[in-house]
Write a protein that binds this ligand. Structure first.
Ligand code: XMP
Length: 510
């Protein structure tokens, strides 16, 4: 499979470059900017993109790639900071200008013979920079300009090096996808063979080769990732797959009954159900720290898997539905995201579990998993469900986890989801739930004073959970949700609506 590599210099948009290139069916991967040249070469990229980033190339400690990437002989596209790296590398001059460009700019295309092929002479583009090229290097020519950037796009056609000052990956840039497609397919000659059907065929072969005839344990939660994974695995290894569903007391309302029912109804896979509610909740008693809660839950899952292995094993592999954003956020990102939350499925398994990890979806975004699910004929009941975090309701309960708070988040979240479904908003948003903490507020119920819980409703829109924004659902709908929660969930007096985006907030409160 042909691939394009994006080297990440820390821009908030780096992973978007990957998404856009994949959307035109070319496989694309994000790697840290300082990836060793031997590793890059081993991947045989057809082209390399240098992302944007917050630094300035003329600063002493600014991030730089291994210079040898310019000798590999493949086309290179620099975006914003990446563009400035190319200018700097070939002896042009980058400096800070007073006329910073943030936001929209009119890009005038002077030459549309390759990178801008098929694009009108003038487009709107998205700029976000203070540095720019004062002189471009010898052997480079200008392909496009804006009022403030006379060399907004440059090229050395002989070596196939291109630099653009603006961000083609953000939706504000008109024809941004076309520019990335021109680079990846026309200039780099990468074949557009990244289709989800190809991925399925390739993964089935790959899983068979890896696993041979050893047995695989796959934990399923009823969420889209683990369900799709289980169906794919069962196609690949049939009876060597055993699925386990753990009732940990932290699932949504009715979920413990619904998930096995849905799986039995629609999918041809056998599941073992483990009742572990008591042991999870007793271990969590008195624990208030979010990271400690996550750690306890992760370890308890591992304990359960160990027992399943003893009772139903031997197993050699544990399959997990880890996705690409989990990998980016925990491994590659140089930013604070790497340490914000311990996603137990990315943190690695304890050694004593003695199982090898199988993660066929490690390179996928969630919308790609949804496409695979559709190709595998998994019904909409699974595909359209919102993502649900591995540690369950524990991440939506602030402070100690008590039976009362579990009841409140279950009932209130059920009302949120139910109202979104009735009003047609459920499918338009990424996630919707209610959270609860220890804060109480005075209410008045039937003329009586009541000191009850404050529930926070959080509804967010997102493409892949890397960034998110709160959903602007109609006031009337918020009002209806609020009324129902205070009327139907006993012990709640106030309802608030979360209006924080990610960043700076995260999607889940814990
Ligand atoms: P945050 O809260 O980090 O969440 O913005 C991003 C997305 O990931 C989900 N999430 C998790 N999923 N294990 C998971 O499988 C976890 O530990 C975990 N923590 C958060 C969250 O629901 C959102 O979709």
């Amino acid at each position: 499979m042909d691939r394009i590599i994006v080297l990440d210099f820390g821009s908030q948009y780096s992973h978007l470059i990957c998404r856009r290139i994949r959307e035109s069916n070319v496989y694309c991967e994000l790697l840290p900017y300082d990836s060793p040249i031997s590793m890059i070469k081993d991947l045989h990229p057809k082209g390399i993109v240098l992302s944007g980033g917050p630094s300035s190339v003329y600063l002493q400690n600014s991030p730089k790639p291994d210079k040898k990437i310019f000798d590999i002989g493949v086309p290179i596209l620099g975006i914003c900071y990446g563009h400035q790296l190319i200018v700097d590398e070939f002896n042009g001059k980058i400096k800070r200008f007073d006329n910073r460009e943030y936001g929209y700019a009119d890009l005038v295309i002077d030459d549309n013979s390759d990178l801008f092929q098929g694009i009108n002479k003038k487009i709107k583009c998205w700029m976000s920079h203070a540095d720019a090229a004062e002189n471009i290097p010898n052997n480079f020519e200008i392909l496009a300009h804006t009022k403030n950037s006379l060399s907004a796009a440059i090229a050395n056609r002989e070596r196939k090096f291109y630099g653009i000052q603006f961000h083609p990956e953000v939706s504000h840039t008109e024809e941004g996808n076309r520019i990335l497609r021109n680079f990846s397919q026309s200039i780099s000659n990468a074949k557009p063979d990244w289709t989800m059907q190809n991925f399925i065929d390739f993964s089935i072969k790959n899983i068979r080769t890896k696993v041979h005839d050893s047995r695989v344990l796959c934990a399923i939660s009823g969420g889209i990732d683990s369900t799709t994974l289980a169906v794919l695995l069962s196609k690949a290894i049939d009876n060597n797959l055993t699925c386990v569903f753990v009732k940990n007391g932290l699932l949504r309302l009715n979920e413990e009954e619904l998930v096995p029912k849905l799986i039995n109804k629609y999918l041809d896979i056998n599941i073992i159900t483990i009742n572990a509610e008591e042991r999870f909740l007793s271990k969590l008693k008195g624990i208030r720290d979010p990271e400690q809660k996550r750690k306890i839950i992760g370890e308890e899952f591992a304990q359960v898997f160990l027992e399943v292995t003893k009772d139903y094993g031997p197993f050699y592999w544990l399959a997990q539905g880890t996705l690409y954003p989990d990998v980016i956020e925990s491994g590659l990102s140089k930013g604070p995201a790497a340490i914000i939350k311990t996603h137990h499925n990315v943190g690695g398994l304890p050694q004593w579990l003695n199982l090898k990890v199988l993660e066929p979806f490690r390179s996928l975004y969630k919308d790609e998993v949804r496409k695979i699910a559709a190709l595998l004929d998994i019904p909409d009941e699974f595909i359209k469900r919102h993502p649900f975090p591995g540690p369950g309701l524990a991440v939506r309960i602030i402070g100690e986890i008590t039976d009362e708070k579990i009841r409140i988040v279950r009932q209130a979240s059920n009302i949120v989801e139910n109202e979104l479904m009735i009003s047609g908003w459920y499918d338009k948003v990424w996630q919707a739930y209610a959270a609860v903490g220890d804060d109480l507020a005075v209410g008045v119920l039937g003329d009586e004073r009541m000191y009850g819980h404050i529930v926070t409703v959080r509804i967010v829109e997102s493409l892949d959970a890397m960034t998110a924004d709160w959903s602007r659902i109609p006031y009337d709908l918020i009002s209806k949700i609020s009324n129902r929660i205070t009327n139907e969930v006993s012990g709640v007096t106030w309802v608030t609506y979360s209006v924080s985006s990610k960043p700076p907030a995260t999607i889940e409160p814990q």
